[in-house]
Design a binder for this molecule. Structure first.
Ligand code: FAD
Length: 458
């Protein structure tokens, strides 16, 4: 940044800022592995400090990249064009939990898992549950409309955000939505900002709705010793006329990786696993799990087991949450995508993923939220050199094309960021992209906020 010193001096009285090299390095990347070079890190403690940073940056035409915990997988928080990384993690207060209204109001730096625990302590429940819940921040979860394990029954962040305080790129502050369950006053600006990946405004306060804590829950796991049976198992579970709160599928390669990573070889050696969870009144949970167990056995599961105690349940779900780190440890070079297809095509898409990788001389693995058709599809590389990466990139493009052919979408919950933006024209028409870019330009006339994310030309 040419005028970094000048900018630092201008901002220092308004907001904590630093250009200390170790801090800049820590804010250069996210879990996409892409890297940028920030000139400055600003760590606001209030909406007013965010306003001050954005006003100054807007006047000078300096890029600002909002950042939560940096667990995003698409490069959304990577300062590709330098400038200021706006680290929202110092704004980490749970401002209010209102039991009667069943709402919570939080700052963007609150860790999502901390909010879950805080509301559970008073008998309420916040269902969105990304596998990264203990690491990611609420602002990042809003900005990506994070989903996770309970999406099958309870949806994603966008189904829980009632209202936001947003600082626009010009420094103006708006409050969207309401504390009420219903509101149709003007355009639905809350929905516009949820999932906008930090390109339209900086979220500084979030109001979410809560549910009563379910009375009970139960977990069922089914193991398969051949891939076709595992596929049939997913199909059979989807046909049961009950919505489980989670319905997860893990393929053989992902299972082997997590077994090795956790030194838990019981988890490996299977051709596929279906893991599901039901919640509600105890009798209903028992009845529903029995229906699923019957369906999975009929589909050819070699072993179906109800987790009988909290420890067994915890072990299974923590293994599921641990897949991503385990796979990354085994294959540091991989492209990890989160396509979503109509649920009826989930199994077909997993098969197509493997076929596509093989066509490009590579291997793949797939796991994910079968209950909502969301596949975490990894194209694996052994060396990660240029030649292998270019084959893997071509395989990823084919995976996207196939997901779209099946009526799906490029991203279920991770967003577009930098990694998927070149593929956007596969899904959104030129007119549609132009309409979205017009919104971006209206809110961010100088193009300072997270420029180039989602839409390369912005
Ligand atoms: C191991 C692992 C497992 C994961 N599992 C899941 C999963 O199950 N489901 C799922 O949906 N995701 C998952 N993710 C992805 C990621 O954790 C989520 O997208 C998460 O919500 C990102 O939050 P963050 O605070 O880390 O955001 P960051 O990575 O810091 O930022 C993400 C995006 O949000 C923007 N942003 C951040 N804060 C703000 C703000 N206050 N205002 C405006 N924009 C902002 C950034 O500019 C960026 O574009 C996983 C990631 C990992 C590493």
């Amino acid at each position: 940044m040419e005028n970094a010193n000048e900018l630092r001096e201008a901002l220092a009285p308004l907001c904590p800022v630093s250009d200390e090299p170790a801090l800049l390095r820590a804010h250069a990347t996210d879990k996409s592995g892409l890297v940028g070079t920030p000139g400055l890190v600003a760590s606001p403690r209030s909406t007013d400090e965010v306003v001050a940073v954005l006003r100054e940056a807007n006047a000078r035409g300096v890029p600002v990249v909002p950042r939560g915990a940096g667990t995003g997988r698409c490069g959304g928080a990577v300062p590709e064009r330098g400038g200021i990384v706006l680290d929202l993690m110092a704004m980490s207060a749970i401002l209010e939990i209102d039991r009667r209204e069943a709402i919570a109001r939080v700052e963007p730096g609150v860790i999502l898992g901390d909010l879950q625990r805080a509301v559970e302590a008073v008998g309420l429940w916040f269902p969105p549950d990304p596998a990264s819940a203990d690491d990611c921040a609420m602002g990042g979860a809003v900005a990506t409309s994070a989903g996770g394990l309970r999406g099958a029954k309870y949806g994603t962040m966008k189904h829980y955000v009632l209202g936001l305080t947003v600082v626009l790129p010009t420094g103006a502050v708006i409050r969207t939505g309401a504390r009420t369950r219903k509101s149709v006053t003007g355009y639905d600006m809350t929905s516009l900002f949820v999932g906008s990946e930090g390109t339209l405004g900086v979220v500084t306060e979030i109001t979410v709705r809560l549910l009563p804590l379910p009375e009970s829950d139960g977990t069922l796991v089914a193991w398969f010793d051949d891939e076709d049976a595992a596929a049939r198992g997913v199909g059979a579970a989807l046909d049961v006329p009950v919505v489980p709160r989670a319905l997860e599928f893990v393929d053989a390669r992902a299972l082997a990786a997590v077994a090795a990573h956790r030194d838990d070889f019981e988890l490996g050696g299977s051709a596929g696993l279906v893991l599901l969870e039901c919640d509600g009144a105890p009798e209903a949970v028992e009845r529903e799990l029995a229906l699923f167990a019957d369906a999975l056995r009929a589909a050819g599961a070699v072993f179906v087991e109800r987790a009988t105690d909290a420890e067994a349940t915890q072990r299974l779900w923590s293994a599921r949450r641990g897949i991503s780190p385990a796979v990354t440890a085994r294959w540091p070079h991989r492209f990890s995508e989160d396509v979503c297809v109509p649920r009826a095509h989930f199994v077909e898409m997993i098969g197509d993923l493997h076929a596509i990788a093989a066509r490009h001389g590579l291997s793949a693995l797939g796991f994910g939220h079968a209950g909502d058709g969301n596949i975490h599809a990894s194209i694996l590389m052994e060396r990660g050199d240029d030649e292998e990466r270019s084959r893997a990139r071509a395989a990823v493009a084919d995976v996207f094309r196939r997901a779209l052919e099946l009526g799906g979408t490029l991203s279920a919950e991770h967003g577009i960021g930098m990694t998927k933006r070149e593929f956007l024209p596969l899904e959104l028409s030129e007119d549609h992209r132009a309409a979205q870019v017009a919104i971006k330009r209206a809110l961010d006339p100088n193009g300072i906020l997270n420029p180039g994310k989602i839409f390369p030309a912005t």
